[in-house]
Design a binder for this molecule. Structure first.
Ligand code: G
Ligand code: G
Ligand code: MN
Length: 536
């Protein structure tokens, strides 16, 4: 697989991940939304049922009170008429009974049938208001014969209520409604909810969701005084709701995925196009080299330069190397780019280097070249017959190249055996500086600009700088300070015996002709004596 295919494959993998993620995300989100919408729907049912049931209970209470406060003779025509009247006034009240000594004596229907003794059942529970409640009371007579009723007994009177009436609200056909006591006993219902489940839901406050979902249901509970109402629906109807939600949300998921993918495509193409442009630039020999002077701190004499690649763009700007070098390293184009740089350096600097054998040019070596030593053969071939001494080429290697220390050491040893000098570039910014320093065959350290920047400050790193200097001196390495910008920094470095400096204080990276001129201006000054001798 070539680099281009790798980039495309990576983009495809990323795109698939984005699509899956946005689908999963929108499904998850719509799932949550659907559950919430369903919960609201059921809560509304429970609240409506509560309003309805509370009203019914108020009416029942009123009916019980009006018959309890009777003053006429029990089971007189007047009394029976009053019971009938109350039955009519309270909706849902099917019958009012009057008991004496636990036996039905008369009801809103009239006198109890002779010979058929109806006794009062033991109450299932008693409300706080002192009403005995039986949820399954057979009616004594009249309509609804046989269908169990809710019996509410207080002070000799009993009110029979149609349980369906209590929960008789308008609700969706898939919704079950239950009216229960605060203790969980079901009093009335619609669509036959499971009474046992209703009981648990009402009793176990705060756990409704878990309890309901264990029964594959979703539920909402409303509570008020001695009443509790429950709205219930099977989870399957939530799923129907979910599909509705997804219908709305999935397009957003699609849109999100589409945006992400186009972004990815755009990024991929711009990366691929940068690689393509670099390959083109290589072919058209668009890369040029600038030379940043290396200066002896003691006397300001130029001892050489670091060769730095530059990429002039058609619009007149310079493409920054810290932007394209990493991508060139990634795509492998760095190797041919370096080869072209070597060729250029040899061509442009040959005359200067031949004339002044004490000068050197430092070349940045990318990580892969440090691992393989490939560049050494390229250099050997380029220098061969040029007259330039191998010792006039320095190699700068960053710590990124030392990941495989054994391979790096082998290449560096070979480089030194061939006569090149080796410097560690950007020293101090890597991770294991000290550990391998002693073991790597190097000649010089280039202290990273970030340490030079701290000179004059009181920070911890500023003391690190002096330690790095001291350590390099112990190891008898030459030291080059990078990014020297102020005379104070130069003074500090000079005072500590640092050999060389590189930075804007001395010069920026220069085109070849300007660098050659700089060298001329910063050459070793002939002493007055030798100049006089020459004149004579
Ligand atoms: O000069 P400056 O802004 O150009 O350099 C930016 C970075 O690019 C520096 O870290 C420098 O080491 C790196 N660089 C410049 N030229 C080359 C080169 O020819 N090869 C490699 N590998 N890196 C280079
Ligand atoms: O290969 P290396 O990372 O050493 O490259 C040196 C980098 O530092 C280049 O980008 C170069 O332009 C930059 N540089 C060199 N001297 C100075 C300086 O004095 N100040 C600043 N800010 N940058 C510098
Ligand atoms: Mn460098």
């Amino acid at each position: 697989m070539n680099r281009r295919q790798k980039v495309v494959a990576l983009a495809v993998v990323c795109a698939s991940a984005v699509v899956l993620l946005s689908f999963w995300g929108s499904l998850h989100f719509s799932g949550m939304r659907a559950r919430e919408v369903e919960q609201l729907r059921l809560q509304r049912v429970a609240d409506n049922a509560m309003a309805r049931a509370s009203k019914s209970f108020d009416e029942i209470g009123t009916a019980l009170e009006s018959v309890a406060s009777l003053t006429m003779r029990p089971c007189s025509d007047e009394h029976i008429a009053l019971m009938r009247q109350s039955t009519l006034e309270a909706r849902g009240v099917a019958e009012i009974d009057y008991f004496e000594d636990g036996k039905l004596k008369c009801s809103s229907w009239g006198m109890a049938e002779k010979g058929r003794s109806i006794s009062l059942d033991k109450p299932e529970f008693t409300t706080r208001g002192g009403v005995d409640v039986n949820t399954r009371t057979p009616p004594s007579a009249g309509k609804g014969m046989g269908k169990p009723m809710l019996g509410l007994f207080k002070d000799k009177h009993r009110v029979l209520v149609d349980p369906a009436h209590l929960a008789d609200i308008i609700a969706d056909p898939d919704v079950q409604v239950a009216v229960a006591t605060a203790g969980g006993a079901m009093l009335g219902s619609q669509n036959a909810p499971n009474a046992e489940l209703v009981g648990r839901l009402v009793r176990d406050k705060g756990n409704d969701r878990a309890i309901a979902s264990a029964d594959k249901m979703q539920a909402a509970v409303a509570r008020k005084g001695e009443l509790a109402t429950v709205g219930l629906a099977p989870e399957s109807s939530m799923r129907k709701q979910l599909r509705n939600e997804q219908l709305y949300i999935l397009p957003f998921g699609f849109l999100l995925a589409a945006v992400a993918i186009s972004l990815l495509v755009w990024l991929t193409r711009s990366r691929l196009s940068l690689q393509g442009e670099m390959a083109q630039a290589l072919k058209k020999r668009e890369f040029i080299v600038h030379y940043q002077p290396l200066v002896r701190l003691q006397d300001g004499v130029c001892v050489g330069a670091e060769a730095l690649i530059r990429w002039p763009r058609p619009d007149g700007t310079m493409m920054r190397p810290d932007y394209f070098i990493p991508q060139a390293e990634e795509s492998g184009l760095i190797e041919p780019i370096t080869d072209q740089l070597v060729e250029t350096v040899v061509r442009e600097m040959r005359e200067l280097l031949l004339a002044q054998p004490q000068l050197h040019i430092a070349i940045n070596v990318c990580a892969s070249d440090i691992q393989t030593g490939r560049l050494l053969d390229v250099l050997a071939r380029a220098l061969d017959g040029s007259g330039i001494a191998v010792s006039q080429i320095w190699l700068e290697a960053t710590e990124r190249g030392f990941i495989d220390v054994a391979a790096a050491r082998q290449a560096l040893e070979r480089a030194r055996a061939m006569g090149f000098s080796v410097a560690i570039d950007d020293f101090g910014t890597g991770y294991s500086s000290l550990a391998y320093l002693q073991n790597l065959p190097v000649d010089a350290l280039k202290i990273d600009k970030s340490f030079i920047d701290t000179i004059g400050g009181e920070t911890v790193t500023s003391s690190v700088t002096s330690h790095i200097i001291a350590m390099a001196q112990t190891l008898q390495l030459e030291i080059i300070a990078e990014g020297v910008e102020t005379p104070q920094q130069a003074d500090y470095l000079r005072a500590r015996g640092v050999d060389y400096g590189q930075g804007w204080l001395f010069s920026r990276a220069l085109p070849p002709v300007e660098f050659i001129a700089y060298c001329g201006q910063h050459a070793v000054r002939e002493s007055g004596a030798s100049r006089a001798a020459a004149r004579a």
